[in-house]
Design a protein around this ligand. Structure first.
Ligand code: 26Q
Length: 831
């Protein structure tokens, strides 16, 4: 087949006039998209109005996208790539309007067209391409990189199905598929011209090249095509638009040619299907789903497509790979994309002809690794056997990396075989495993944790041996969240009050919030602060009413815990406290009672039985408490179904007490804690993760501290007897008796036996009972503080004022200063 060589279509785009940023121009474009592009003349669903508005905005983003790309090209500067299996973006419309500064114009435009922006916005589905903290962190980081105008690109997977929708049926979690792309995604632009081939299976073949050097190639593979979809990431009112590039798996053309021609039509279609399965679904597991072959395929698929794409970009302007590490940096979001280490080696060795030492120099200088967990069950290990069948050439390379690494260790510690065994990237045993975290550490020039305590614990425990060898690699980058989404967008009332008090500088420099401190002593300001919180509590109460069918009284203390359900996060401790309050009411111990509404929300991994029981328990306790007339408005409890980014935007603004009660030493950082703090909630928490830094910033007086420290937790384990704790605390004993008596499962006998047993017979690993008394006392201090609204408001203002450190702008500035070293590159001005 001969194809006619075609000309390159490259019209001059510079003479296209810039699009109008006024309401009339936007309205005109929305109308044209609606009628001419979508072919509609009416819309009762809101979907087409939404799609039309997004297309009008996307045009305006595309202009800035091009200006940004041209500036990056011209600067020819270093770039960073954020590799993540998760990007929990949530909705994009409000954020784009905010960052482009088009909120008012869009509101007017839609009003003139006979609809309301708020209503149209409700048509947007959350992009739920993540589980929780780690995925949302990636999204906040992209916002900050664009706002700081640094050349960072996100690489991820375009899952057809995102995080499952959580429905609650008779108190039980039921998972429903999240087919978020069903109605199309008007934000993305498909770029088939940048598709990449990713290899699977086959075998390594060794051969001599023309110089007689031994070389390897990966042959007899089954290839899958990676097709990129680009999503614009606008900076805050600065003309920059960065890129999130998401890969979709597609079958290669060979399937059509080879299989179809042989007549195996059904087999061929099945193969095609298998290829496309790779990006079908996000694994809904925030601890680990070890050993699932499809998950390893996803991880390699992301790593390979992204690296090939980065190298393609590089080779557009450079002859060989010299200098690649000076201009490219790959930040690994946990170990999930760690195949990138071996894949970059493979590409440099097999495809670009480098020697091992040159390839290793480039790889180890360009990789950086962020760890997000200390929990042993969450540390990724993959069976060597699985690597051998799925990624044989990668396994060769990993074994070679390990052999050379262990050589280095044995030179430093001669004869220390135990250390060699401990540090090996390969864990020996019945089934040999690849320790992905060790591979990441060995191959990276930077290894960081996500809060001070977490980073310290990493060097003292998990990576102790590696810290002995390479102390200079290890550093901390305390997490942050973007104040645009998590304060300005989610809490317009508070944002306006802050603007009025201290100006707008905080939006780009959150440390300026400190200027609010003196206003904590201003009674008139406090009154306005309370009014705003009251409004936000109304909005939150409406959400709880609509989705949980529980009526919250906005004069009560709003006590909130939303996050993934996990034993270490101790939602159980919160529930035990609710039972305790209920018990006090039943006993008539209600002097000076402070009415309280307790909200819990979060998803359980579908296979995590204990987490699912905790959800059921929360629902049952809520049912009993809310239905008991003796409670008489003193206590309400609700479990909010389907906790997600869009729900948090309402929740963080309306919360007053932020529950951050993990077993000390187990929560790497937390980021919800930061969102609550920014919005003036006061934390009740343990000395864990970023709570420690939150307390340092806010001051001990403005934080309700309780519980064992990380060190105390580990010391206490020896000889810990939860039954003795129960025996020594009559109020706790009553709570456990109510549970054991089946008071919350009267028609469902035995339902909570596993929960009870975990706390008693099985030794209460998460130290729930050990911290119960301290927690109850801290809750009493919180209630006491709440009884004095002036005091509470003061504390609330001081929390917001102290939250500047927790802007992801600060975090990203640190990543950039200490790891990436990228210049600030403003976009080219439009012609
Ligand atoms: C691994 C292998 C197979 C399948 C799934 C996974 C998997 C997926 C997601 C493992 C872990 C995660 C997510 C972890 C996570 O969200 N960690 C949180 O990261 C936040 C951002 O740094 C921290 O604030 C939290 O403390 C931490 O728990």
């Amino acid at each position: 087949m001969s194809r006619r060589k075609s000309t390159i279509f490259r019209p001059d785009l510079d003479d296209i006039p810039a699009l109008g940023m006024d309401a009339a121009s936007i309205a005109g474009d929305v109308k044209r998209y609606f009628s001419h592009t979508l072919g509609r003349h009416r819309d009762s669903s809101g979907r087409y109005a939404y799609a039309s508005l997004v297309m009008a905005l996307r045009d305006r983003l595309v202009e800035r996208w091009r200006n940004t790309r041209m500036a990056y090209d011209e600067a020819n500067s270093k770039k960073a790539f954020y590799l993540s299996l998760e990007f929990l973006m949530g909705r994009a419309l409000g954020n784009s309007l905010l960052n482009l500064g088009l909120e008012e114009q869009a509101t007017d435009a839609l009003q003139n067209l006979g609809t309301a922006l708020e209503e149209v916005s409700e048509s947007e589905r959350d992009a739920g391409l993540g589980n929780g903290g780690l995925g949302r962190l990636a999204a906040c980081f992209l916002d900050s990189c664009a706002t700081l105008q640094i050349p960072v690109m996100g690489y991820g997977l375009r899952y057809e199905y995102g995080m499952f929708r959580q429905e609650i049926d008779n108190g039980f979690q039921v998972e429903a598929p999240d087919h978020w792309l069903r109605d199309g995604n008007p934000w993305e632009i498909e770029r088939p011209e940048y598709s990449q081939r990713v290899k699977f299976g086959g075998r390594s073949e060794f051969y001599r090249d023309q110089e007689g050097d031994l070389k390897a190639r990966w042959v007899d593979t089954l290839d899958v095509l990676a097709v990129p979809y680009d999503v614009p990431v606008p900076g805050y009112r600065n003309g920059t638009v960065n890129t999130l590039r998401l890969w979709k798996a597609a079958a290669t053309d060979e399937f059509d040619l080879d299989e179809f021609n042989r007549g195996d039509y059904a087999d061929a279609v099945a193969m095609k299907n298998a290829a496309e399965h790779i990006t079908m679904v996000l694994y809904p597991n925030d601890a680990s789903e070890n050993g699932k072959e499809l998950r390893l395929k996803q991880q390699y698929f992301l790593a390979s497509a992204s690296l090939q794409d980065a190298i393609r970009q590089w080779l557009r302007r450079h002859e060989g790979c010299d200098g690649f590490a000076d201009k490219n940096c790959f930040q690994l979001n946990d170990t999930h994309p760690t195949c990138a280490v071996a894949e970059l080696m493979r590409l440099l060795l097999d495809e670009h002809g480098l020697e091992w030492d040159e390839a290793w120099e480039i790889t180890s200088r360009s990789m950086a690794y962020t760890n997000h967990t200390l929990l042993p069950e969450a540390l990724e290990k993959w069976p060597v056997r699985m690597f051998r069948t799925l990624l044989p050439r990668l396994l060769d390379i990993i074994l070679e990396i390990n052999a050379r690494f262990l050589e280095q260790v044995s030179l430093r510690w001669p004869g220390d075989t135990d250390r060699l065994r401990r540090m090996s990237i390969i864990e020996e045993g019945d089934e040999a495993q690849v320790r992905m975290a060790y591979l990441a550490v060995v191959a990276s020039s930077s290894v960081n944790g996500v809060a001070e305590l977490h980073s310290q614990l990493l060097t003292q425990h998990l990576f102790r041996d590696f810290h002995d060898l390479w102390p200079e690699k290890f550093n901390n980058k305390t997490n942050g969240v973007t104040p645009r989404r998590w304060l300005q967008w989610s809490n317009p009332g508070l944002a306006a009050l802050i603007d009025e008090a201290i100006g707008e500088g905080w939006k780009k420099d959150l440390a300026e919030l400190r200027k609010l401190e003196p206003l904590a002593d201003d009674a008139a300001f406090r009154a306005r602060w309370r009014e705003v919180k009251q409004d936000n509590k109304l909005r939150l109460a409406a959400l709880v009413e609509a989705d949980a069918h529980v009526c919250f009284d906005t004069d009560a203390l709003f006590d909130v815990q939303v996050k993934r359900i996990h034993e270490y996060k101790r939602q159980l401790l919160n529930i035990l406290h609710v039972i305790h309050l209920y018990d006090r009411i039943k006993r008539g111990d209600v002097r000076n009672w402070v009415p309280r509404c307790v909200l819990i929300g979060g998803k359980a991994a579908p296979g995590y039985a204990m987490a699912k029981q905790i959800i059921k328990l929360a629902n049952n306790v809520a049912h009993v408490v809310n239905g008991d007339p003796d409670v008489d408005g003193r206590l309400k409890m609700a479990f909010l179904p389907d906790y997600r980014v869009t729900a948090m935007e309402v929740i963080c603004a309306g919360a007053e007490l932020s529950e951050q009660i993990s077993t000390a030493g187990k929560e790497a950082s937390g980021t919800g804690n930061m969102k609550f703090m920014m919005n003036g909630a006061i934390t009740i928490g343990t000395l864990d993760g970023a709570n420690i830094e939150i307390r340092e910033e806010a001051g001990a007086d403005n934080f309700f501290l309780f519980g064992l420290s990380a060190e105390e937790v580990e010391k206490r384990r020896a000889g810990y007897d939860p039954r003795a704790v129960i025996a020594g605390d009559p109020e706790l004993a009553r709570v456990m008796d109510l549970l054991a008596a089946g008071h919350f499962n009267r028609f469902e006998p035995g339902l909570f036996d596993d929960v009870i047993r975990a706390l008693t017979d099985h030794g209460d690993y998460w130290m729930v009972l050990a911290d119960f008394r301290g927690y109850v006392e801290a809750q009493q201090r919180a209630a006491e503080a709440y009884r004095d609204p002036e005091r509470w408001t003061r504390m609330s203002i001081l929390n917001t004022a102290a939250s500047g450190k927790f802007s992801s702008d600060r975090t990203i500035a640190e990543y950039n200063r200490e790891i990436w070293k990228l210049p600030v590159v403003p976009p080219k001005p439009s012609k």
